[in-house]
Write a protein that binds this ligand. Structure first.
Ligand code: PML
Ligand code: MG
Length: 251
């Protein structure tokens, strides 16, 4: 099957970045998905874009890595403090001695376009460009056309984040990923790792706050860092969301 990667990003002078999304879809669906992504760019709650970029690239089947989605556990928390405590617990359970420092550094990712790449042991920041950060891209969910289409028109935070986190923590040098959404009305965030899967934390910030960002926690050598950045930014990945394992838990 011939496939294409489509990436949409929209911005305006008032807000800067407004919305972005990406898909990896079969050739016969290309026109339809361009229209759906365009509609998404035009209808974002942050306002009308004055710039929309649609980038379309052919993807060879052999280039695609297929991954099962991480198992999902939801941890109910009722305040950002409780949410951060839950993240701290998981960081410690992953053997990360600098857990508090990692949480403190998270704020520095809020102004970045991509994620912070942080050495999990030395706390050294590893992104070549600190403003841009690392953009994990070229991924989509591998699921029925109907589910993909509905996820395309409206942002589904959970599905998109699960796809990204599955790609990111599947790399052997990534120990975990932390994420808080920058959408003011979305307070659920997560910590993802191969060891514990995708742990959704239902309250990680105050409602109304536009602050959010990602940290990828890295452990490895300089050469492994280069290879890891290439994987995050260039490897095409399709994540199977058809057989999701989900668990609900208190703390
Ligand atoms: C984002 O806004 O891009 C991040 C979304 C985090 C989703 C968390 C979840 O619902 O599981
Ligand atoms: Mg956002």
């Amino acid at each position: 099957m011939n496939r294409y990667s489509i990436k949409m990003r929209a911005s305006n002078k008032e807000y800067g970045h407004i919305s972005g999304a990406e898909k990896i879809i079969p050739e016969e669906a290309l026109e339809q998905y361009c229209t759906l992504l365009l509609a998404r760019a035009l209808r974002h709650s942050k306002g009308k874009p004055d710039f929309i970029n649609l980038k379309i690239e052919a993807v060879e089947e052999a280039e695609i890595l297929h991954l099962p989605a991480l198992n999902v556990t939801t941890v109910e928390t009722s305040s950002p403090e409780e949410g951060m405590d839950a993240v701290l617990d998981y960081l410690r359970r992953l053997g990360l001695e600098q857990a508090e420092q990692i949480i403190a550094l998270w704020q520095q990712s809020y102004s970045m376009r991509g994620a912070m790449l942080l050495d999990a042991d030395t706390m050294k920041r590893l992104e070549p460009d600190r403003e841009r950060g690392i953009r994990a891209t070229y991924m989509d969910m591998e699921t029925g056309d109907e589910a993909r289409q509905s996820a395309c028109g409206n942002k589904n935070h959970f599905n998109e984040a699960l796809v990204l986190a599955t790609k990111v923590v599947s790399h052997p040098n990534i120990v975990a990923e932390l994420c808080i959404s920058d959408d003011p009305d979305y307070v659920t965030g997560y910590i993802a790792s191969r060891e514990f899967g995708y742990i959704r934390i239902t309250t990680l910030k105050e409602m109304g706050s536009p602050q959010g960002g990602r940290i990828f926690l890295f452990r490895g050598t300089e050469d492994e860092k280069e290879a890891c950045i290439r994987y995050l930014q260039q490897q095409k990945v399709l994540v199977d969301l058809n057989h999701l394992v989900t668990v609900q838990t208190g703390r």
